[in-house]
Design a protein around this ligand. Sequence first.
Ligand SMILES: [Zn+2]
Length: 227
Amino acid sequence: MVMNALLDLLYPRLCVVCGTRLHEGEQHLCLHCLQHLPRTQYHREESQPMEQLFRGKTEAAFAIAFFTTSPRSEYRNVLHYIKYHDGKECARYLGRLYAEELSASGLLQEIDLLVPVPLHRSRLRRRGYNQSEWIARGIADATGIPVDTTSLLRQKANPSQTRLSLYERWLNTRSIFALREGCDLRGRRLLLVDDIVTTGATLLACAETLQAAAPEKIAFLTLSIAR
Ligand SMILES: [Zn+2]
C-alpha cells in the first residue's frame, strides 16, 4: 500500500483521455471519461450502422465498435496511446470492458475464435506489440474465447493510406494479408478485431483472405469507429 502510494507520487497515473490524475480504483481512464465515452451501442440496434461499410462486399455476421472518435474528440488520445505509448494494458482493459458490456447481447456467444488484424513483422519488431492482439486478449479475459495470432499473416507493410482515393486504398490493401499454410479455420466462427475502422478496407481485406479457409462466419469488432 505504502509502496503504491509512493509510486503514484513519483509516477502519477494519468487518464489517457483527459490527462488528469487517476484516483485509486480507476484504471487508464478516469471515471468521468469512462462515463462519457461516446459508446456506439451498435449491438443494441437492429441494423448496425457499421455493417454499411461492408454491405455488398462481404457477408458480416455483425460489425460493431465500442465508441466513436471524431477528428477533434479527446477520445482519439486513447487510440494514439494504445498504439504508440506501450499501451498494451490499456488496450486489454478496453477490450475486456467492451466484452463485458456486450455480454447481455449474446453476440460474442456466436464466436469461437478471435483473430486480431496482424501487423507486419517489421512493424511488430519496431513497436514490440500488436495493439489489436491486446484488445483481443482483453475480450478473451472476459469470455474465454481463444485468440489466434498465427493463421492470418500480414505479408506486406501497409504504407500510409491517407492520400489515396477509396479505389486506390482498396487496391493497396488487396494481397496485404495471407493465410498461414496448413491453418485450420474451416467451420469456425471468427471475430476479426482491430483498434479502429475508418473505411473498412483493412477489415475487408482480412475477411477476403480468411474466406479462403472456409470459416462458418466472420464478424467484425473494433474499439473505435472514425466519424
Ligand atoms: Zn479523464
